[in-house]
Design a protein around this ligand. Structure first.
Ligand SMILES: [Zn+2]
Length: 233
């Protein structure tokens, strides 16, 4: 049985996915009763893309990041899913840069901790390849996830074309910040002996963080996709 995939021009109920084509805009969804108006006017540009608000790039970047990190459901439920990819990509690049810098520094410090147990010390110039490696890994994972998501969604009949998924992944990049910051603080805190524990406990904490952060990034990715699969604009 072929899966039915709604067309880009179909008006979907943003709550349940029912096709509302031709129904009076003042009415309710026949399937779930949600006002149709919510599905036609419920999304606005993210603050980051509202360049005419008189607020600086920095403030719009910080406020948008805060909305994504603390209220991911609300952000992806009320943000336009279609549109220019360039500003969203710029937003992601800033976050990838910050995260890669924190990850590279954390990896370098971690290496220095391990050095105390007999491995060659890392030199400062190793920060550059660590940074490039971290940035490249984030970039690769993001694009792979976007491709796989668009492919899987089309297969299952959800209207999540690649540009929509990619745009969401660009904004989801804000979630890299708390992850990278906590990894950096853990490793930095241990190196400065602010976290007094044996090295095995430290390694166990790092291992638990890897698992926890993978779950966190997947959960927030899932929140984004769930709130975009019936988006109209
Ligand atoms: Zn509905």
């Amino acid at each position: 049985m072929a899966t039915f995939l709604p067309a880009e021009t179909d008006l979907l109920c943003e709550r349940c996915g029912y096709i509302l084509n031709g129904l009076p805009p003042g009415g309710n969804c026949p399937e779930c009763g949600t006002p149709i108006e919510q599905s036609t006017t419920g999304r606005i540009l993210p603050l980051w893309e509202q360049r005419d608000t008189g607020r600086s790039d920095f403030v719009r970047f910080v406020v948008t990041s805060r909305q994504i990190i603390f209220h991911p459901g609300r952000f992806f439920r009320t943000t336009t899913s279609r549109g220019d990819l360039a500003p969203a990509q710029q937003f992601a690049r800033f976050h990838w840069f910050i995260a890669a810098l924190l990850f590279a520094s954390a990896a370098w410090i971690h290496w220095k901790i391990v050095f105390r147990f007999g491995i060659d010390p890392p030199r400062a110039k190793l920060l550059a390849p660590l940074f490039i490696g971290a940035f490249g890994a984030i970039l690769f994972t993001t694009h792979l996830a976007a491709r796989l998501t668009a492919w899987e969604a089309a297969y299952r009949g959800y209207r999540l074309p690649h540009p929509v998924v990619l745009r969401a992944m660009y904004y989801h990049a804000a979630h890299c910040f708390p992850v990278a910051l906590l990894v950096f603080l853990t490793i930095g805190g241990y190196a400065l002996r602010l976290i007094p524990c044996p090295i095995l406990a430290y390694l166990a904490i790092l291992g638990a963080q890897v698992v926890g952060f993978a779950l966190y990034l997947f959960a927030t990715y899932w929140i984004a996709m769930r709130n975009l699969m019936y988006a109209n604009r």
